[in-house]
Ligand binder design. Structure first.
Ligand code: NI
Length: 254
């Protein structure tokens, strides 16, 4: 069975058929799904979805694109939401300089504050990093000390991945691994220790081949698992056994 470690089932694209999407995942060998928050409202919604389905868990967090409006009052709300019994992580949090370059300091500040919340609550984090790998590594080495987690939708180099593994971090692979124009990720997946790999969909975005361009959903995590098996020349069952054990170690063990 597989784990979708990063999904956005609270997205309004599922309002019409969320129930079927989740049942399809359960029927298609998905053991559990972690629904990420992107701001306070979607974190609350992630909790509601998790409360309604056994296989859905939630994370709460402020995405870097939402950093601007974040105040210390939100830190308090987040830590309160994070006490929920189906909360497995703080996420998604991080840095996105592709989206915006003009508020780097604000993004860093909001990111670091959420790393503090994760450390205090002993929760792992799911990190979004786009065009910001230098600042990410700097922050993880300093303010990220004592925090565990994953760099989701990994787009960095093998060299950076090695550094992350030494520091105990995981990386997440999703749809882009299956794309014809995939950049560095296939090479990273080929060379890395599988004990550091998590699978995810980031649905509704980034549907893997052969569903590319369509709305993504947790059941499609199997296509990314198949691609990992092909790149590593090992059985699909082996990929599923290892990545599911990794997800359980990171998110279920305290
Ligand atoms: Ni995401």
């Amino acid at each position: 069975m597989l784990v979708d470690t990063h999904a956005h089932l609270d997205d309004k694209q599922y309002d019409a058929d969320r129930d079927e999407v989740i049942k399809r995942a359960a029927a298609d060998d998905v053991k559990f799904i972690i629904n990420m928050g992107a701001d306070i409202a979607s974190s609350r919604k992630a909790l509601v979805v998790a409360d309604n389905y056994d296989i859905v868990y939630a994370a709460v967090g402020i995405h870097p694109e939402e950093a601007d409006g974040m105040t210390s009052k939100d830190d308090y709300i987040l830590s309160e939401l994070a006490e929920g019994k189906k909360i497995l992580a703080i996420g998604e949090i991080g840095l996105d300089y592709h989206f915006r370059m003009d508020n780097k300091e604000k993004q860093k500040n909001v990111f670091v504050r959420q790393l503090d919340i994760a450390r205090q609550l002993h929760l792992p984090v799911s990190i979004h990093a786009r065009d910001a790998h230098g600042d990410l590594m700097q922050i993880l080495k300093k303010e990220g000390r004592g925090v565990r987690g994953t760099i989701h939708c990994y787009s960095g180099s093998m060299e950076m991945a090695r550094e992350l593994f030494k520091m105990g971090w995981y990386i997440g692979a999703d749809g882009p691994l299956t794309f014809k124009n995939a950049a560095k990720l296939p090479e990273v997946v080929q060379k890395m220790p599988l004990e550091r790999l998590l699978l995810e969909t980031d649905c509704p975005y980034l549907a893997p081949v052969p569903k590319r361009g369509k709305r993504n959903e947790p059941a499609f995590v199997k296509y990314t698992a198949q691609k990992v098996a092909e790149l590593r020349n090992i059985a699909y069952e082996e990929v599923s056994r290892i990545t599911t054990a990794n997800a359980e170690t990171l998110f279920l063990e305290r």
